[in-house]
Design a protein. Structure first.
Length: 186
């Protein structure tokens, strides 16, 4: 499918929005590198292939919808109990989802072509808005991309355990892989 001018619906029905974390600290061998999926999110992309700089993307993700899908590394395999505890900590201690239920991205500019583009925009986490750059590419009927979120830039204290010997790295990789489904054509 060629990229067409129109508005595209974004959300779990279109593909996956993933967070990838890594470990730091002297106790990092104990913990796990995590793949976390955002399970409730929505947005839209307004596209005109003749004018790639006009690309506009808006996404809202529910902070309490994070689900641990995979944990690699560590001394022991990740258990269901571990997953539940990580999800609870993410909701309550890290993102304070009860007070800040939405994480939002609003693009402010675009460069490149559908084959390789860069979006600039504003990411809001826990009421704090900061600039974010997203890189991506369209191939066939899919768009894939990534961005790096440095937690402390949004006032987030990376999770730590074992008296700080095991810490979540400050950088979290955000990845998306979406099918393009036009809602409206222009």
């Amino acid at each position: 499918m060629a990229l067409r001018t129109g508005t595209y619906a974004l959300g779990p029905d279109a593909g996956r929005l993933l967070l990838r974390t890594s470990r730091s600290g002297v106790g990092r061998k104990v913990g796990h590198d995590l793949t976390i999926e955002v399970t409730r999110w929505s947005g839209e992309a307004v596209v005109d292939p003749a004018d790639p700089t006009s690309l506009s993307v808006n996404v809202d993700a529910e902070a309490d919808s994070l689900r641990v899908r995979e944990g690699t590394g560590g001394v022991k395999p990740l258990t269901d109990s571990d997953r539940a505890e990580i999800e609870k900590n993410a909701r309550q201690k890290i993102l304070h989802a009860a007070d800040h239920p939405l994480i939002s991205f609003r693009s402010t500019g675009a460069q490149g072509s559908p084959e390789s583009f860069t979006l600039t925009g504003e990411l809001t986490i826990m009421g704090r808005t900061r600039p974010l750059t997203v890189s991506g590419a369209v191939e066939d009927d899919r768009v894939r991309g990534r961005a790096t979120v440095v937690q402390t830039e949004w006032g987030i204290k990376p999770y730590s355990a074992l008296l700080g010997a095991l810490r979540l790295a400050d950088e979290v990789e955000v990845e998306f892989d979406l099918a393009l489904r036009t809602v409206t054509s222009r």
